[in-house]
Design a protein around this ligand. Structure first.
Ligand SMILES: Nc1nc2c(ncn2[C@@H]2O[C@H](COP(=O)(O)OP(=O)(O)O)[C@@H](O)[C@H]2O)c(=O)[nH]1
Ligand SMILES: Nc1ncnc2c1ncn2[C@@H]1O[C@H](COP(=O)(O)OP(=O)(O)O)[C@@H](O)[C@H]1O
Length: 185
């Protein structure tokens, strides 16, 4: 166990498997706390307000930003996403590990404001497999998939900025490695 739990940031291109890995981790360790982001994106079928995201209007997002309530925020593929600051700081003050699942721009902001944060990059086994996963998920239109793949090229190129890279070949292996990085096991 390290002296002070660090903030862990998990980033990686859309469709690489971030949500799947986090869900697997939390099934085994329900105590692992994941920050719930605010987003202007519309919910996908099955997504619940306050569980997967806080789904907010553009006006509500404007207010969160103006009031300094977000630790970081970014526009990704036409929607805005941000991490509520208070909940994260509360957990860290209590000495509990904190996990953020955010995009590259958000990861860079966290790096700038919290020097001891650990940045983890989740990489696909190959470009073809990333396309397959993003398309296979079936939650986005072809236009949105195209936009996300465009963002993915930029994100993949930024991998060297991260402290650790995990390749998502096996969800179980990546979840175990992430838990170990967070000192949970
Ligand atoms: N900067 C930032 N990015 C976020 C936040 N929440 C989610 N994201 C990222 O926004 C991107 C799109 O998320 P989403 O629409 O849920 O699609 P998915 O990750 O492909 O399932 C992903 O890269 C997320 O990691 C946040 O609070 N801040
Ligand atoms: N290791 C893996 N092997 C095969 N398919 C995977 C793996 N990890 C995730 N997937 C699949 O890839 C798709 C995208 O995963 P998801 O967790 O939604 O990605 P992200 O949250 O990074 O956008 C989903 O259909 C998921 O079931």
């Amino acid at each position: 166990m390290s002296e002070r739990p660090r903030l862990t940031v998990l980033s990686g291109p859309s469709g690489v498997g971030k949500s799947t890995v986090v869900a697997h981790m939390r099934k085994e360790h329900p105590d692992v706390w994941l920050s719930v982001s605010a987003t202007t994106r519309k919910p996908r079928p099955g997504e619940q307000h306050g569980v997967h995201y806080f789904f907010v209007t553009d006006e509500e997002m404007d207010k969160l930003i103006a009031n300094g309530e977000l630790l970081e925020w970014a526009e990704f593929a036409g929607n805005r996403y941000g991490t509520p600051r208070a909940a994260v700081l509360e957990r860290l003050e209590k000495g509990e590990p904190v996990l953020l699942e955010i995009d590259l721009q958000g990861a860079r902001q966290v790096r700038a404001s919290m020097a001891d944060a650990r940045l983890v990059f989740l990489a696909p086994p190959s470009w073809e497999e990333l396309v397959r996963r993003l398309t296979g998920r079936g939650t986005e239109s072809p236009e949105v998939i195209e936009r996300r793949l465009e963002a993915a090229r930029t994100e993949l190129a930024a991998e060297p900025e991260f402290d650790v890279t995990l390749v998502n070949t096996s969800v179980e292996d990546v979840a175990r490695e992430l838990l170990a990085l967070m000192d949970v096991v």
